[in-house]
Ligand binder design. Structure first.
Ligand code: ATP
Ligand code: MG
Ligand code: MG
Ligand code: MG
Length: 481
């Protein structure tokens, strides 16, 4: 079954169960400043779940384009290394707005997988939230999944749980039950809940969320007006199962994209992670630009810029010194233009924006890599010093995650504390240089001290904001400006 046919089959199944087929929303959420990008099918229905917006239907189904390259759900670091993560993917979903709840949601999912798609039941594993006896009983007693293939998953020590789903730090959330597919021995990994669960043998394909609460910024959970259902299944992961391949990168759509990357690079061996990274990144970048995001120094535009630069670096690694990334838009449009006419329509514009970004980064990429190599010659432990990370970032326009990506390939660590220290000094310089901008920087700095550490992205984001509030209001380095 081709990816495109799977998408249609899913929507048709749920249409036959009384669901309204709703088009994918754009990647930039309508009016939700709390969310970087649409990261799940439920995002466009958020207000409906909260009871703030009434729709003409109580059941919906969609195939939603999603990006997970920042914010709460960030898979950027996984891409190229796991069989199952993309920055851009399509999420098939069915939704109940106060209509059906756990029982029907589970029965539909099981019927669709085992009756419609004829997936072998004995390859399917299930998880439920630790205390969710109701879901457990439906799986074991009604559906008949053997109890040894249903795992209860509780909260993690640091908070959060795989089986308590939330879109972001605030908003609708609830316990969930996940369906996994066992790709069989030969692939490393153990069943959900086991110590080897982070392997790629047992792959999560579908998550059924029982939307029951609204989480506010204090963390307080308030019950929703009506318990609802929100499900999400990755189209690419489902295609892998149905096409009898293990990795998402082996499905029809990705094979064609990888072939296109190979043609441009002049190679038929496209197994190295760099090929996958590039094939993945062309999708997120093209769709982000189609949906109106432009490369920039902060916010959404900076995430886009980071992904483009990352792709450019991987191309460079494969030996490409000329801009190449924009040439992948055409093969992408061939794969996805029919399902997404907006992408086909934006093709020329997307190519232009990508080419411009590639050209802009080309020279500093080369110089930055050389600077890094020289710097590493002097390093005795397995750490890239903070000063070097900062220099790459500040002078050569290397986003920290890009340097992190290189570090990982070389088996090195990043000295993030040292980098933060350099950033702090930069902020001090900016403040000293501009007393009249002081109040702006002060406000931002206060916002920062209130927030927890959430990775490179946050630090960079803060730095960006502060840099923009530099001496003359212009960014400190001209490259990034
Ligand atoms: P995982 O644990 O594998 O990272 P998840 O639990 O974070 O997945 P959900 O938030 O439950 O994923 O999203 C619903 C479904 O969307 C998943 O079951 C999976 O099929 C798909 N999915 C999630 N993240 C990705 C991704 N980065 N790339 C491709 N598909 C994804
Ligand atoms: Mg995940
Ligand atoms: Mg999961
Ligand atoms: Mg999940």
């Amino acid at each position: 079954m081709k990816s495109a046919d799977i998408r249609t089959s899913f929507l048709e199944y749920f249409r036959s169960k009384g669901h309204e087929v709703v088009a994918s929303a754009p990647l930039v959420p309508g009016n939700d400043p709390t969310l970087l990008f649409t990261n799940a099918g439920m995002v466009q229905f958020k207000e409906t779940f909260l009871g703030l917006e009434q729709r003409a239907y109580q059941r919906a189904t969609s195939s939603q384009r999603c990006v997970r390259a920042g914010g709460k759900h960030n898979d950027l670091e996984n891409v190229g290394y796991t069989a199952r993560h993309h920055t851009f993917f399509e999420m098939l979903g069915n939704f109940s707005f106060g209509d059906y709840f756990k029982r029907d949601a589970i029965h539909y999912a099981w019927e669709y997988l085992t009756q419609v798609l004829k997936m072998p039941a004995d390859k399917l594993w299930v998880t439920v939230y630790e205390t969710d006896d109701e879901a457990y009983d439906i799986w074991v007693k009604e559906i008949g999944v053997p109890a040894d293939r249903v795992t209860r998953i509780g909260d993690e020590p640091g908070g959060g749980s795989d089986n308590f789903w939330q879109m972001g730090d605030t908003g609708p959330c609830g316990p969930c039950t996940e369906v996994f597919y066992d790709h069989g021995p030969g692939v490393w990994g153990g069943p959900p809940g086991s110590p080897e669960a982070d392997g790629d043998r047992y792959i999560e394909i579908w998550n059924l969320v029982f939307m029951q609460y609204d989480r506010d910024s204090e963390g307080t959970l308030t019950p929703l007006p009506k318990p609802s259902v929100d499900t999400g299944m990755g189209l690419e992961r489902l295609a892998a199962v149905l096409q009898g391949v293990h990795s998402n990168y082996e499905i029809d759509l990705f094979q064609n994209l990888l072939d296109a990357v190979g043609r441009i690079m002049g190679s038929d061996d496209t197994h190295a992670p760099s090929y996958k990274v590039i094939a993945d990144h062309i999708r997120s970048c093209s769709f982000l630009i189609t949906d109106g995001v432009m490369p920039a120094n902060e916010g959404r535009g900076y995430v886009l810029r980071r992904i483009i630069r990352r792709a450019a670096r991987h191309g460079h690694k494969l030996g490409m010194t000329d801009p190449f990334f924009h040439r992948l838009v055409e093969p992408l449009v061939r794969e996805m233009g029919e399902a997404y006419p907006e992408l086909a329509k934006a093709q020329k514009q997307v190519e232009r924006v990508l080419l411009q970004e590639e050209e802009r980064f080309r020279e500093t990429l080369e110089h930055g890599l050389k600077h890094l190599e020289e710097g590493l010659d002097k390093v005795s432990d397995k750490t890239i010093p903070g000063g070097l990370i900062f220099k790459l970032y500040d002078t050569y326009g290397f986003p920290v995650d890009l340097t992190g990506d290189i570090a990982r390939e070389k088996g090195l660590e990043l000295d993030m504390a040292g980098f933060e220290h350099e950033m702090e000094q930069q902020r001090d310089r900016a403040r000293a240089a501009s007393s009249f901008r002081m109040s702006d920087a002060g406000t931002v700095a206060k916002g920062i001290s209130d927030s927890r550490f959430v990775g490179y992205e946050h630090i960079e984001e803060q730095a960006r904001v502060l840099r923009l509030a530099g001496s003359d209001g212009k960014p400190v380095d001209s490259l990034n400006g």
